[in-house]
Every structure is written in C-alpha cells, then in structure tokens.
Design a protein around this ligand. Structure first.
Ligand code: HEC
Length: 109
C-alpha cells in the first residue's frame, strides 16, 4: 500500500524533473544562470561525496586512495585524472559540468 504510493510519487517527481518545470506556473528559474564563474562548494562536495569519498575519505583524508587534502593539483590535472583514471581508480566517474565544478573545487583544497 505505502510502497505503491511511494512509487507513484517518485514517478511524478521524475516526470516533473524531466520536463524542467515547463508550464507549472513557476516564474523564471535562475537555475542555469549562475553556472558561470563561481564554484558552488556545496555542490562540488556533494559530487565528491558521491563519487570519490569512498576511496579518498569524507574529508579528503584518504583511504583506499591517497589523501587529497592540501593537494597541489591544478584544475586541469584533476580533470585529466578523473577522466582517465589511475591504477586502482576507475576513470570517467564524473564528467561534464559536474567534473568542472568538482575539479575547480578540489584544486583549491
Ligand atoms: C575506487 C577507488 C577510487 C575512487 C572512487 C576514486 N579514486 Fe582517486 N585514486 C584512487 C587511487 C587508488 C589512487 C592512487 C593511484 C596511483 O597510485 O597512481 C587515486 C588517485 C587520485 C588522484 C591523484 C592523487 C595523487 O596523489 O597522485 C586524484 C587527484 C584523485 N584520485 C581524485 C579522485 C576524484 C576527484 C575522484 C572522484 C571523481 C576519485 N579520485 C575517485 C582511488 C579512487
């Protein structure tokens, strides 16, 4: 009963998301406008936690992978490492805008 209801609600969320809030009456969403200069640290951290923290630690302290605290990698280097992977680290975990956001943030850590 409840599971059924959850499934319907989840489906509705997906549909709404896919439509990008087209004609639901909400006025101009600023969502994509801010994707320019500033790094959204919160967003970058979310991406990190989802894709990297399992090996590099929740606070970049390292684990299965090396620590990334106080790293001296440039944004470009990080993008390349994430795209190509490393021994023991799969490539292509993050790509596109997410990778840019993540790499910019991580290069400042
Ligand atoms: C499956 C575990 C795993 C995951 C997930 C993972 N890494 Fe790694 N990472 C490693 C290992 C192991 C190394 C060390 C490879 C080596 O010795 O050359 C590494 C190396 C690195 C390095 C180079 C560090 C150095 O000191 O040489 C960077 C930067 C890096 N990872 C970033 C990331 C980012 C960003 C993510 C998330 C997109 C990520 N990693 C996800 C395991 C992982």
């Amino acid at each position: 009963m409840k599971k059924w209801l959850m499934a319907v609600m989840f489906g509705a969320v997906l549909v709404l998301g896919a439509c990008g809030g087209g004609d639901d009456g909400a006025s101009e969403e600023p969502a994509e406008d801010t994707a320019g200069e500033t790094v959204d640290a919160g967003e970058a951290e979310d991406i990190y936690k989802q894709s990297c923290a399992s090996c590099h630690g929740g606070d970049l302290e390292g684990g299965a992978g090396p620590a990334l605290v106080d790293n001296s990698f440039s944004q470009d280097e990080i993008e390349t490492i994430v795209e190509e992977g490393k021994p023991g680290m799969p490539g292509g975990l993050v790509s596109g805008d997410d990778l840019t956001t993540l790499a910019e943030w991580l290069s400042e850590q």
